[in-house]
Design a protein around this ligand. Structure first.
Ligand SMILES: Nc1ncnc2c1ncn2[C@@H]1O[C@H](COP(=O)(O)OP(=O)(O)OP(=O)(O)O)[C@@H](O)[C@H]1O
Ligand SMILES: [Mg+2]
Length: 328
């Protein structure tokens, strides 16, 4: 039996603004097993980062989690006291952001930052923590680890900094590693190296990974299963192989056409006409209807639920004949 490390059920996040209560994340559900990678993909502003903020209980004001449940290794995080949550973050679940400097202190040596993170969660001596930090720097493929241990982040390239962030994220061997566009700021060669490293470490430690990107090409390299998001909602959820073989939601099909080398894909990022609607001015029917080549009157007047079969969930009336597909 696969061991479920994270179970997110009907997670909803609302931002309370002058324009009203905005449904930034609307009923997102998924499970993640040990060693499994979930890819979350969607255009900018679709709620990918908010979803993981919601998992970590770190939604910035004026937003907050307004519904649902997040169970990390069976323990409910929604409603947990901040002190307890702090223990979980960095120990049981860690996050890597797009820009490594978000996570690094520019004034402290790389080695010390890692060893401090170790000491924040474990009772070990400074010497032991430093030793472990050095091993981690080596583990993430940094040449001359001793030298880098004593360097400050500013002396490193972007790719090397991101390796340090990965070392820091993994230092307490978390069950879940969240990667929020960790390679978007890097050039293509370095991006490939970092993706390779994340996959390698995941294999080694059995870490479950949530990988966020707007690039389905990256999803293809990284994910076992995929959640496609559009305006705060999951619109398609399925195993990665099935998604690429048989994308069913017109939005996913549109994203596919953005991947160079895919069938009909020309790499044009603006291939889906129109733009993501504003949360304060959502269409009445299907959220994708204004941009959808197949939309009819029903799509424009009514919100679709989830349809599908065999664990393939699609929020589109065109899949209605496949039957209702509930939460997994
Ligand atoms: N303080 C805020 N008040 C109102 N809405 C907000 C606030 N912060 C974020 N949002 C909204 O939350 C939505 C989801 O944002 P989120 O950062 O999760 O998107 P994303 O999918 O991660 O996009 P990107 O690919 O650009 O990182 C956006 O539409 C954004 O406008
Ligand atoms: Mg984001």
């Amino acid at each position: 039996m696969a061991e479920t490390v994270l179970e997110v059920k009907d997670l909803s996040i609302t931002f309370f603004t002058k324009q009203g209560a905005l449904p930034t994340v609307d009923g997102v559900s998924f499970t993640l097993d040990r060693g499994e990678t979930l890819g979350i993909v969607g255009e900018s502003g679709c709620g990918k980062s908010m979803t993981v903020n919601g998992i970590l209980q770190m939604v910035p004001a004026p937003g907050r989690v307004t519904g649902g449940s997040v169970k990390l290794a069976g323990e409910e995080l929604v409603g947990m006291r901040e002190k307890e949550l702090c223990k979980k973050r960095g120990q049981d679940v860690a996050i890597i952001f797009q820009e490594p400097m978000t996570s690094l202190n520019p004034l402290m040596t790389c080695g010390r930052q890692i060893s401090e993170t170790i000491q924040a969660h474990k009772k070990v001596s400074r010497r032991e923590a430093d030793q472990r930090a050095l091993e981690l720097i080596e583990l993430v493929g940094i040449p001359m680890p001793e030298k880098i241990f004593h360097s400050i982040p500013g002396q490193l390239s972007g790719g090397m900094r991101q390796r340090i962030v990965i070392a820091m994220a993994l230092c307490n061997n978390p069950g879940v590693l969240i990667c929020d566009e960790p390679t978007t700021a890097l050039d293509v060669t370095v991006q490939a190296q970092i993706l390779g490293l994340i996959n390698e470490l995941k294999e080694k430690f059995g870490t479950a990974v949530i990988f966020i990107t707007h690039d389905l090409g990256v999803i293809r390299q990284m994910a076992d299963k995929v959640l496609v998001m559009y305006v705060g909602q999951a619109v398609e959820q399925v195993d990665a192989k099935e998604l690429f073989d048989n994308p069913l939601h017109p939005y996913t099909q549109g994203l596919m056409r953005c991947i160079p080398g895919m069938d009909g894909g020309d790499g044009d990022l603006h291939v889906i006409d129109g733009s993501v609607p504003m949360l304060y001015d959502l269409p009445k029917g299907c959220l994708f209807a204004p941009r959808c080549p197949y939309a009819d009157d029903r799509c424009r007047g009514e919100r679709p639920g989830f349809y599908g079969a065999g664990g393939h969930r699609v929020r589109c009336f065109r899949c209605e004949s496949m039957g209702e597909e509930g939460s997994r």
